[in-house]
Design a protein around this ligand. Structure first.
Ligand code: PEP
Ligand code: MN
Length: 353
């Protein structure tokens, strides 16, 4: 099939379906219900499930492939499932699945990605690649290169967030800068967002989907189940068909192109931000010159560069004013850490002279 022109002619391009294929009835009924909504363009279902812990439901396996193909035939929607090795690829191709996707726990492993790429030599099928579980653009990029070298022409990225040790709001941190960096490297690559795996809970799916639209993603993959509470996997994050409809119809789609009068107004604001950035950068240059003087002082007095207590005090002071200045504590922390790193680099430069 030709997936990319379909993605390009629908915004958002939407893939929906259960996390896992559970029974033939469940899958076909879900597909039929979903397909009543013309805003959905593809069907998903996991057949082999990569589970973090053993003893959870690991998918029905190849038995479910003909159910998915049948669901596609009845609804007229293209079908997609996750493949993690050569056998999965061969079975999915043989069954007639339209699109394959590589999951986050597979993208992370170049051996597995290469095995899939080798199994796809001389095959013409679109492949969607989820980001690796860790926030590594190079690894994600590497997976695209492996598939491209195998001759796969239709490639799509899916952003599903990144694992963190202590997850608070999201199951997987969105770290939007990573898909944005991928897009910088591969500007023509269509990009979908999987808000279900980022969120981990259904209440957050709308806001993540809206954010993806505002960042100009091409589409969404949303886990949808007839009875999410009873789902065999990812029960908390799946939505009902009704909720899917509400989410999709409430999305506000803003245009990427700036037209008419507003272009001038936006230009003025952009000129102002560029001028302010210029000032910030010249202050940083000055700041680092002083760091070098500090470095010379430490060198002459035989003092270590890192003065942990002093730095902890500086950060604490900054964070104290965070609310007042309407800057987030996370931003202040990251900004101060970046200044600190750069300052250490400048001090090292003079220290070793
Ligand atoms: C899934 O889509 O059901 C899945 C297992 O996703 P991920 O690879 O993003 O964890
Ligand atoms: Mn899932």
């Amino acid at each position: 099939m030709n997936l990319i022109p379909i993605i390009q002619s629908h915004r958002p391009f939407v893939i929906a379906g259960p996390c896992s294929a559970e029974t033939q009835e469940q899958l076909i009924e879900t597909a039929v219900q979903i397909a009543k909504n013309k805003a959905v363009h593809g069907l998903r279902a996991g057949v082999w499930k990569p589970r973090t812990r053993p003893d959870s439901f690991e998918g029905v396996g190849e038995e479910a492939l003909p159910w998915l193909v049948e669901a596609g035939r009845i609804t007229g929607l293209p079908t997609t499932t996750e493949v993690a090795n050569k056998q999965h690829v061969e079975k999915a191709l043989k069954a007639g699945i339209d699109i394959l996707w590589i999951g986050a726990r597979t993208t992370v492993n170049p051996f597995a990605v290469q095995e899939i790429a080798d199994a796809l030599k001389d095959v013409s099928i679109p492949v969607m690649i989820k980001n690796p579980v860790n926030p590594d653009v190079e690894l994600w990029l590497g997976a695209f290169e492996r598939l491209e070298k195998a001759g796969i022409k239709e490639l799509v990225a899916i952003h599903r967030g990144f694992s963190v040790y202590n997850h608070e709001k999201y199951r997987n941190e969105p770290s939007w800068e990573i898909p944005i960096a991928l897009k910088e490297r591969l500007p023509d690559l269509p990009m979908l967002c999987d808000p279900s795996h980022i969120a981990g809970k259904r209440d957050l799916i709308f806001e993540i989907s809206q954010k993806a639209m505002d960042l100009n993603f091409n589409g969404l993959m949303i886990e949808t189940h007839l009875n999410p509470e009873m789902a065999w996997s990812d029960a908390q994050q799946q939505v009902t068909v009704g909720q899917l409809t509400t989410i999709l119809s409430n999305l506000v789609l803003r245009s990427k192109d700036i037209q008419g009068d507003i272009a001038g107004d936006l230009d003025k604001l952009r000129t102002m931000t560029a001028a302010l950035d210029e000032r910030i950068f010249s202050l940083l240059v000055e700041r680092m010159k002083v760091s070098e003087e500090v470095g010379i002082f430490k060198r002459e007095n035989n003092i270590t560069i890192l003065q942990q207590e002093h730095w902890a005090k500086m950060i604490a002071n900054r964070l104290k004013n965070a609310n007042e200045q309407e800057l987030s504590a996370t931003f202040i922390r990251q900004f101060m850490d970046a200044i600190h790193q750069e300052s250490i680099r400048h001090q090292e430069k003079v220290m070793n002279k």
